[in-house]
Design a protein around this ligand. Sequence first.
Ligand code: NAD
Length: 733
Amino acid sequence: MAQPPLPSIRRAAVLGAGVMGAQLAALAANAGLEVDLLDLSPELAAKGLERAVKRGAFFLPEFAARVHMGSLENLDCLAKTDWVIEAIVEEMGAKQALLARLDPWARPGLVFSTNTSGLGIGRMLEGRSELLARHFLGLHFFNPPRQMKLVELIPGPRTDPQVVADMGRFAREVLGKRVVECLDTPNFIANRLGVFALVEMLRRLEEGFGIAEVDAVSGVLLGRPRSATLRLCDLIGLDTLADVAGTARQLLPESACFALPGFVGEMLKRGLVGEKAKAGFYRKGEEGLQVLDLGSFNYVPLAPVGLGELEPALRLPALGDRLRALWASKVRLGMLARSHLQAVLDYAAEYAAQMAPDLEAIDQAMRWGFNWEAGPFELWDLLGLQAEPAPALIRQVRPVGRFYPPGQVYSLREGRHRDQPRREGLLEKGRVLLEAPGAALIEIGEGMGVLVLRGKLNVIDAQTLDLVRRSLDQPLRGLVLWGSGGLFSAGADLKHLAALSTAGDWQGLEVFLCAFQEAVMALRFAPFPVVAALRGLTLGGGCEFGISVGVRVAGAELRMGLVEARVGLLPGAGGCKEVVRRCGRDLAAIFPVLVEGRYSENAHQARQWGFLAGADPVLLDEEGVLGRALADAAALAARYTPPVPASLEVAGEPGLARCRAWLEKEAFSLGPHDRVVGEALARVLCGGGGPPRAAEEQELLDLEREEFHRLCRLPATQARIEHMLKTGKPLKN
Ligand code: NAD
């Protein structure tokens, strides 16, 4: 069924330019919106913006030009805005006073949202007009909002359901967020449960457990990030944490659960609030990491914590196995982790119905907001529902045995299990036409194919190249290139290259290089449109696939680059040729990028380097990339003619001289082998020397192979490849 059009939100006004406001302005600007950013004065707004630029909140610093500074004294900009984001201090009085001033601006089509971390939406709206209340909701973004995927959506008591639906879609499809709907109760879901878990563990420090001990058992073992408990407190900031706990104490009947131990007050007094103060529970000292002594408030060297019989459990890949090992353990720290987790699960079960209309929302909020591997009810399922004494919800669900039996989920609203709608991805519905270990061709209907790269880092090996060529013989109308598992591809199969060069099998190397070039050229001149759907790592040979085809659709956080220099090589499958096709004789900007083997920090930077074309769409919604690429391929298919080979402008000897001058200038920072690789790159990019001239694509492909062979034979390149395979890091030699 066709979706109705998204609400047209082109201009936003962010009120409050503090930590969150300025970053939310950047988020909106990154999505292409024009933004007004207002604070108590335009100077404060400008300061906030400057901080956001420094923090890297914008994809490109130039995007800050989309943000216009102003003062909260003058709200005239609201006349032309589509979305007002309130992000001032977390004080009910201040927020209510501001809303009273917003009331006269309310009109159909203008949405208001608050970024409150947990104050009541309904209370905020007391005394406000029906018109404002119908267009008002909570949209709670997490810090840093560019990276954090979760947005909690909290409808107010009078919010128009259409506004709720529209803003949910807008947050998902335009801002690329994962949206969880919450009920209007203090601290919503993620902060209520997340801060409960942090405070629960903070209090264990008063029972004699050490800071490092608590962190050793409350991270990976429980399916949480390595920041565990106290490192996470340092990241969030103890002051912010104390504020959220304070809201909970004020507004929730179970306020005792959020009482902070005495040492927290002392730490706040001393300014030991965490990373932003460069000192919290931990501190980076000159001799390594130090930990706070809660008796003297001095820092002492961090000593490793032994987990004894629990140690091997940390390495078990499945969370269920780790938890089973934990439940079987009798060691002191094991008991600590168990009783902590049980307290968190009991709390979640006790208060679930207050937090969300839907139990899944709670699990999702913890996975997306706190990066837990599993939410509390998924954890209850993993552990069985046997705990005693058990909260009422557990006793109720026990007869069925789990919250998520196959195909079902327990509904808090209905008080029973209901069917879970099957969310089948585009690919699961398709038909596999061709298969190799590292790739498959899937037909998803109406003649559209998806070539999926898969396996470890989706590396491209000889069998994949063969599958690519065979795919182009299929009777398709269009083809999309796609990588499974959140990335496109880390590049060519380096292990294979290493084996060939160790064995001195230069004939084998030539076969592999030719196959790669042929596959890439076949994609470029395919009889039907080929669209590369790119997200995450798109490196080396993966990048060559991406830049060789006619159209790309990219996820905004794309890491794209021709990084071959890192392993002492150069792009040998049309990458150099494609760079020349884009940059011609003007290599000044791209040459350093290639010699240093850099990859983009985001899709917009990749566009500046020429890897994406001006018309290639960039989506904040990574989950929408494949669908958009398929739609674009289908649209092109109706009137497609393949391109003709390009005539390339190569810079010849003068270009070579310019590249060499750069290598000379940078000699101090480049390693000796960087200069060797740089010289080889320059030769290919400049067409081998001679006068500036026009060259055929094939000439540059031949040059790529020639220089690739030369580099492969050098011990310094072989050392780089070996080091990369062993450590995953480039060798500086
Ligand atoms: P902040 O203190 O950094 O910024 C608040 C801004 O509001 C300041 O620039 C200040 O000048 C302005 N301001 C202060 N008093 C004002 C008033 N009376 N009227 C108008 N403006 C005033 O706060 P923040 O961390 O950016 O938080 C903003 C909102 O976002 C709060 O509701 C907070 O709970 C929420 N939030 C914060 C985080 C976080 O990690 N910091 C995360 C999620 C949500």
